[in-house]
Design a protein around this ligand. Structure first.
Ligand code: EPU
Length: 303
């Protein structure tokens, strides 16, 4: 089947929207990059099963909040899948368990926990991620991460179409990592919290947000570009090579935090890409440390 035929076949099967050659830039926090051949905004588990049935050997990309994603200027040759509104639901179970859909935004979920008088998810207030994306990469802040609160997740394999429930202990969680494959999409999950006074939870959230405003730059970025190496800090290492303010085209190493790259409206994905590897080379030369990108790359980039 041609890509257009696949898009047409998807349209007849799914409740969600199918678009051809839709720019992915608006779905990323860098706001750069080209189109996906096909973009599906899934509105049901059956929509996701349809992708598995129809994709053949086409590459597939799962796009969450896009806050950890650099899409190539040439775009992505394959099917990009986002979770639509139907996956933004939440439900409290018993006193202390909250069930969240994969497309729920973490800051909104954190504010919800404050309203419900549930503590333990305050760190999520400053993470621009969807719940599904955060589960996948064990997102975290302030020495807390998804691994500390998650009970289980529902995952669909976009190759086989199989849905499974995974307990947190089976996710193989490490620092910013899990054992989920690139074909698996997290459609929802459950977190366990502790009852606490709403105003106390809200105050902790405000404290985190204040901290973020003081320590991390505003603007178009993807948060930390590199993972922290063991017992060290990528920000410190990049600062040490005086890379703050370094520019390629419209991309700049932030003066506020060296592990952030901020893209101005003229930036291209190629600018960001080249700046990332220039910074990487400087740190490698100075300290011998091979920083590992935390940002995910989608599509083809010049090596
Ligand atoms: N530092 C510098 N220069 C800089 C920036 C930082 O010397 O320009 C030093 C700081 O002085 C500090 C150390 O590096 O001693 C660590 O910096 P910071 O406290 O800002 O934390 P981080 O390790 O850079 C991590 C996460 C952030 C998260 C914060 C707060 C990683 C790669 N980053 O940052 O997560 O918000 O802690 O918990 O783990 C993200 O993953 O996208 C992200 C933003």
């Amino acid at each position: 089947m041609s890509i257009t035929e696949i898009a047409q076949a998807l349209r007849t099967r799914v409740a969600g929207r199918v678009t051809q050659d839709a720019s992915l830039a608006p779905f990323t926090t860098f706001r750069v990059g080209g189109p996906a051949q096909v973009l599906l905004e899934a509105e049901s588990v059956d929509d996701l099963r349809a992708v598995a049935d129809l994709r053949g050997d086409l590459p597939l990309a799962i796009v969450g909040r896009g806050s950890n994603l650099l899409v190539s200027d040439d775009g992505f040759r394959g099917i990009a899948v986002r979770l639509g509104r139907a996956f933004r639901e939440h439900q409290q179970e018993g006193d202390d368990v909250l069930r969240l859909g994969g497309a729920v935004q973490l800051p909104a979920a954190a504010r919800l926990t404050a309203r419900l008088g549930l503590a333990g998810f305050e760190f999520a207030a400053e993470i621009p991620a969807t719940f599904g994306g955060a589960v996948r990469m064990n997102a975290g802040a302030h020495n807390r991460s998804m691994a500390d609160v998650l009970l289980s997740a529902e995952v669909i394999d976009l190759y086989s179409g199989q849905l499974r429930a995974v307990d947190v202990v089976d996710l193989g969680y490490g620092y910013r990592s899990s054992n989920l494959s690139h074909d698996e999409i997290v459609t929802g999950g459950a977190i366990r919290l502790e009852q606490e006074d709403s105003s106390v939870v809200a105050e902790r959230i405000s404290g985190y947000l204040r901290w973020r405003r003081e320590h991390q730059p505003p603007g178009r970025s993807a948060g930390s570009i590199f993972k922290n190496p063991p017992q060290d800090s990528a920000g410190r290492l990049i600062d040490e090579v005086d890379a703050k303010g370094m520019r390629v085209g419209g991309a700049e190493v932030s003066e506020v935090h060296a592990n952030f790259i901020v893209a101005d409206p003229t930036a291209t994905a190629d600018d960001v890409w080249r700046l990332i590897w220039s910074v990487h080379a400087l740190v490698k030369d100075r300290s011998g440390i091979d920083l590992e990108p935390e940002v995910r790359f989608l599509g083809e980039f010049a090596r």
